[in-house]
Design a protein around this ligand. Structure first.
Ligand code: C5P
Length: 326
């Protein structure tokens, strides 16, 4: 085998409920991940030494050193299966990006997941998806979900992932901002906002607590949202979308409010910040409404670019294998 290419989706969070900060700096989450049809591709090949090349959307912001999540994923896989797994001294990693960087779409985690499935194929290591998820959890909170894709419930840091039962296809418009937001900075802003509103860090302000959240305590899965996903009706899903990080993202980038308002004015069934932002996600009634919404949001001048996508999309998948003969 001379090269393996994997394709991997971006995600939005349909529910993102954030608990108090933990001793390790992370926050316990209850989240519903939803993979959408905006894909990066990662090609790995045996090489004399380790190299990384990044092309496409936002490539200039992607680190090329050991902090690159795809590089860390490959190192974590070697750690898990032993150095004998490779038949060359190094591996070249080529990342072709369409998922914007630091945008709340888990693009870096996606590239890590793609690198894991591609190297698993290249080296014939034969790890199961569950075993790869275990490796993924050492690389980043969202990497395990990028492996399995679809729609899934995430617990713990978000790395304990269980597929969810979902009917139908959902049409979304994503609006991309011209600036990036650091995930860590948005979680920190969330803690500060909660503390300044009188609670302990991590204790959501009562007035902002969604009805399903119940009394203060650990976050809980919104069962109405899960029922809406089983119904396949976007009209049911739209009003149930929630993101505890949204006030924090809006406090750092107040202009995002204009985009969310423009989407609602044009009939979006739901409008919210995706993950830690600054990308916003708008749920449309159907494909035609998504096209109209995309045009309206472009015309409103509230973002750098828009994309129409559908979900759920499959997780990281090998799409090409080049061998000596081919
Ligand atoms: O796991 P990952 O490296 O993607 O997380 C990036 C940052 O986001 C963490 O360093 C942490 O500050 C924050 N985070 C968090 N709680 C989570 C996930 C991420 O506080 N469950």
């Amino acid at each position: 085998m001379t090269a393996v290419t994997a394709r991997v989706p971006a995600k939005v969070n349909l529910q993102l409920s954030v608990g108090p900060p933990r001793a390790d700096g992370y926050h316990d989450l209850v989240t519903v991940f939803h993979a959408v049809s905006l894909f990066d591709e990662v090609t790995v090949a045996p090489a004399e030494r380790d190299t990384v090349l990044v092309t496409g959307e936002g490539n200039g912001s992607v680190p090329l050193d050991g902090s690159n999540l795809a590089v860390r994923a490959v190192a974590a896989l070697v750690d898990a299966v032993g150095p004998g797994c490779r038949d060359a001294p190094g591996v070249s990693i080529e990342i072709r990006k369409r998922i914007p960087v630091a945008a709340g779409l888990a693009g870096g985690s996606a590239d890590a997941a793609a690198a894991l499935v591609a190297c698993n194929e290249l080296w014939g290591t034969g790890l199961s998806q569950q075993e790869l998820c275990e490796v993924a959890s050492h690389v980043g909170s969202d990497v395990a979900f990028a492996l399995i894709g679809g729609t899934a419930i995430g617990l713990g840091r978000g790395d304990q992932v269980t597929p969810a039962l979902v009917t139908g296809t959902y049409h979304w418009v994503l609006t991309f901002a011209s600036v990036e937001l650091s995930t860590a900075a948005v979680y920190a802003a969330c803690d500060r906002l909660r503390a300044s509103r009188g609670g302990r860090p991590g204790q959501p302000e009562e007035a902002r607590r969604p009805a399903h959240a119940g009394p203060p305590g650990p976050p809980r899965l919104n069962t109405a949202l899960m029922a809406a996903l089983r119904s396949g009706e976007p009209e049911e899903l739209g009003p149930l979308l929630t993101n505890d990080l949204q006030p924090a993202a809006l406090s750092l980038l107040p202009d995002l409010r204009r985009g969310l308002a423009a989407g609602r004015e044009h009939g979006a069934l739901g409008a919210l910040v995706s993950g830690s932002g600054p990308t916003c996600a708008f749920l449309a009634r159907d494909a035609r409404h998504a096209r109209d919404l995309a045009v309206a949001l472009t015309g409103a001048g509230v973002c750098r670019a828009v994309a129409s996508v559908v979900g759920p999309a499959p997780g990281a998948t090998v799409i090409g294998v080049a061998s000596e003969k081919s």
